[in-house]
Design a protein around this ligand. Structure first.
Ligand SMILES: [Zn+2]
Length: 466
């Protein structure tokens, strides 16, 4: 059976293969580095990692570009509050993102593109749109006129035909009800950072960033564009309008989106106090492998209910897999082959691959693996398992770990080192400055759990270990 992926654009499961040669040209929207990424974001990045790994398992080469959004509304507001330049502000969170990605074993995309390194490309893209008559300016800003793109709405499957032409929206993020002409270039405002360009002094809007960078590195038509479902509208819809207006060709063949993450069946939010970063979970003593396993265990098109019971269960599942692997490696076995087990092994590998070929059905793939583990354990217990069964069984586990990547224990300490404490203290100070007192209290409690006492003194913040 060929690999099939659900395409948001056509709303159908479609057979996937790259358009040219054997290389998959893929673009994914990366982190907006205004804060530490939360586990909802990490669900999306983990899904993209599973997708990457499965494409490779199936023998495709990858050219995967991920952007880093290091200029947009929230970043500018936060940097200004802290009296920092954009670069000073975003550097910390960019570094933190890659630390989290490494802990979660996310493979690094072939190319990482920072928005602020591509202002020239964005300006050129906007100029091309202007030549095609898709833009207008107002108060020093340039807008995309969505009435020039009749297919607007084709990705999010919304009918926007009735919207009023000429009404504008300046924010980077907005709701469906606010679908209006969106901003491509924001004219310079007060003290905000700006670039001096032929479009005037200002800065790019968020949406043009991805169109310009994706086409620079991957060409006019991508094989896959992926992201979280919350990006489908307006961000991806706007990317399509911009890119297709410039080239007259389809921007991406497959649009793949991952669903939301819930915490204990509730929406994650700072006000509910159920907002977690990876650092929070590691500080509570969970391993990065458990987090990765839990995030990967639910197929990307289903909502994922993240619970602490689920994390504990993930941990137990990983233990079970590690145990069977060490038994398989260490036990002395009689020579020969057990035919039943040989068949079970071949069947397990076939069904495992079929599950992932079916729109990356990770839940079903895990079901197959655990059924197999049960069979192996009982064959070993009953002395039926033979020397010539060993390699095949280990191959199933290797196929599992090539995608899920949790068998190798992480030797990183989960204790907070001094730098880790300092990072939390910095984050708490930033939260207080931003009047996010819930987060500030949460960090104090979290540090307290780790035996760290912080004192706000006139000279600044002091901390010590109990
Ligand atoms: Zn994007």
């Amino acid at each position: 059976m060929p690999l099939r992926l659900y395409n948001t654009l056509t709303q159908e499961l479609e057979e996937f293969r790259p358009m040219r040669d054997n290389t998959v040209r893929m673009y994914t929207c990366g982190p907006t580095v205004y804060n530490y990424v939360h586990i909802g974001n990490l669900r999306t990045f983990t899904f993209q990692d599973i997708l990457r790994r499965w494409l490779r398992y199936r023998g495709f080469e990858l050219d995967h570009v991920m952007n880093i959004t290091d200029v947009e509304d929230k970043i500018i507001a936060n940097a200004a509050k802290q009296g920092k330049t954009l670069e000073e502000y975003t550097e910390v969170f960019t570094k933190a993102y890659f630390e989290d990605a490494t802990a979660l074993r996310l493979q690094r995309p072939e190319q990482i593109a920072k928005a602020t390194d591509h202002i020239g490309e964005m300006v050129q893209a906007i100029e091309k749109l202007s030549e095609k008559g898709c833009t207008y300016t107002s108060d020093g800003s340039t807008y995309f006129r969505i009435s020039t793109f009749p297919e607007y709405g084709k990705l999010s499957h919304n009918d926007f035909s009735g919207i009023r032409s000429g009404a504008r929206v300046d924010m980077d993020e907005y709701e469906k009800a606010d679908a209006r002409d969106f901003v491509l270039w924001k004219g310079r405002k007060n003290e905000e950072p700006y670039w001096h360009t032929p479009l005037g002094d200002g800065r790019p809007g968020w949406h043009i960033e991805c169109s310009a960078m994706a086409m620079k590195y991957l060409g006019e038509t991508l094989d896959i564009h992926a992201g979280g479902i919350d990006l489908a509208f307006p961000h991806h819809e706007n990317e399509i309008a911009q890119s297709e207006s410039i080239t007259g060709r389809p921007f991406a063949r497959f649009w793949i989106h991952s669903e939301h993450l819930l915490i204990e069946s509730q929406k994650m939010s700072k006000s509910l106090g159920n907002f977690y970063t990876l650092r929070d979970l590691l500080a509570k003593g969970y391993s990065p492998e458990s987090v990765r396993y839990l995030l990967a265990s639910v197929p990307h098109r289903k909502k994922l209910n993240f619970t602490f019971d689920g994390l504990n269960a993930a941990n137990a599942s990983i233990e079970r897999l590690r145990n069977v692997e060490s038994r398989l490696k260490a036990e002395k076995l009689e020579t020969g082959i057990d035919e039943t087990n040989r068949q079970q092994t071949a069947e397990a590998l076939r069904r495992y691959e079929e599950s992932l070929d079916d729109d990356l059905n990770t839940a079903e793939a895990l079901g197959v693996v655990f059924e197999f583990v049960r069979d192996v354990n009982s064959a070993l217990d009953e002395g039926r398992f033979r020397e010539e069964n060993r390699a095949g069984a280990l191959k199933v586990l290797a196929a599992f770990d090539q995608i899920f990547d949790v068998l190798r224990p992480s030797h990183e300490s989960h204790e907070l080192d001094d730098a880790g404490v300092e990072r939390y203290i910095e984050e708490r100070a930033a939260a207080k400055k931003a009047r996010d007192f819930a987060r500030a209290d949460e960090i104090r409690a979290l540090l307290h759990d780790k035996g760290i006492v912080i004192e706000d003194t006139r000279e600044g913040i002091r901390w010590k270990r109990k």
